[in-house]
Design a protein around this ligand. Structure first.
Ligand code: NAD
Ligand code: AKB
Length: 324
């Protein structure tokens, strides 16, 4: 029986990945870890949880030894917008935390999944149909740590034969756990505000095009890549993956199909707008499709319908406020 360890398991991705792994591989096989205790009862009660700071290398190896870990999903990180407010913390967690995890994975011969991001690109990257292998000179601390992380994971694969794998995720949309301080968070916030107030003030310009993905597709990407036959992988880390791209105006229009009175206006946050303008409009993800069969299911129409449906049930909004 394989044992999985998830760092940052209380975050937007980890809270759903942990449950998905427990459903697939068994509840006791997945050790959720974070520096925050889980408040979601499903996450808290469905399997083991360990308090684990990825900045403490001895604690990482102790937890791995106790649980005889085979595979790590390393999700502990500081996202782009918070990273610009706290660049020092972003460096500490995203670089030193990753280094500690790589060393522990090397010591215990584990497979390791590490997500990168569209944030690993910058203004000098071709922003349309962004190639898999291209110029990467990001302007943010988040981006700097993501590029360095991609290179470090490739180094451990080439130098030590460590089975490191990863993708460059776009903005992720989900209804379970709210995002942790990124530039793409508007694409989640907008659904809460549409249901609660019929109005949303967006911090990005209406024509800001960014790649996006619904969480079920992101979970499949992580699990399928880790299960892929290594003989088929030309790349190992930082596969471009995307499912759709849209602007805030496109998403508002889609929401209006369900809530006709919904209104959007714009109050631009210069920091997040600057970041978004330096990220791809849309990426070429053909390497992921070819090497391990990446094939997303959700588009803007299906994401919008499902987000409104799931959130209106969970938020227990009065019936007349539910999406139609
Ligand atoms: P999140 O902010 O929601 O969660 C991160 C978790 O890490 C939090 O629960 C936090 O408590 C934990 N953490 C912070 N410092 C820690 C430390 N020192 N030790 C242990 N845990 C610590 O982030 P997320 O959205 O779930 O992102 C997970 C990964 O996926 C990150 O590497 C992120 O860059 C990447 N990613 C996310 C997105 C997205 O849209 N969510 C897109 C691209 C890439
Ligand atoms: C962020 O906006 O920081 C994340 C990401 C795309 O990496 N959602």
């Amino acid at each position: 029986m394989k044992t999985f360890l998830v760092t940052g398991a209380v975050g937007q991705i980890g809270s759903e990945l942990t449950i998905a792994l427990r459903k697939k591989y068994g509840e006791s096989s997945v050790i959720a870890t974070d520096i925050k205790m889980p408040s979601d009862p499903e996450l808290r009660d469905s399997g083991p949880f360990e308090f684990l700071d990825c900045l403490d290398p001895h604690h990482i190896t102790r937890v791995m030894q106790i649980h005889k870990t085979d595979t790590i999903f390393h999700l502990a990180a500081i996202l782009s917008a918070v990273g610009e407010i706290k660049p020092n913390m972003a460096w500490q967690v995203n670089m030193n935390g990753l280094y500690n995890i790589l060393e522990a994975a090397r010591q215990y011969k584990c497979s390791l999944f590490v997500p990168s991001s569209i944030g690993a690109f910058g203004r000098s990257t071709p922003l349309d149909n962004t190639p898999q292998d291209t110029i990467q000179r990001p302007d943010t601390m988040y981006g700097v740590t993501k590029v360095a992380g991609e290179l470090l994971c490739d180094y451990y694969f080439k130098r030590f034969g460590l089975d490191t794998r990863g993708v460059r995720f776009p903005g992720l949309i989900s209804h379970k756990t709210e995002p942790g301080g990124g530039t793409t968070d508007y694409a989640v916030e907008i659904f809460y505000e549409a249901l609660k107030h019929r109005k949303y003030t967006c911090y990005l310009r209406q024509d800001t095009s960014l790649d996006m993905m619904y969480m079920p597709d992101a979970l499949n990407a992580m699990i399928n890549l880790m299960e892929a036959d290594p003989a088929n992988l030309v790349h190992h880390n930082a596969f471009n993956v995307t499912a759709m791209n849209f602007t805030p105006a496109d998403l508002a229009k889609e929401i209006q199909k369900h809530i006709p009175e919904f209104e959007i206006d714009y109050e631009i946050d210069p920091v997040r707008q600057e970041i978004a303008d330096s990220w791809p409009n849309y990426m070429d993800d053909s390497a992921a499709r070819k090497e391990w069969g990446w094939n997303p299911s959700y588009l803007i129409e299906t994401v919008t319908a499902d987000m409104l449906d799931q959130l209106s049930q969970r938020l227990k909004l009065p019936h007349e406020q539910k999406s139609r």
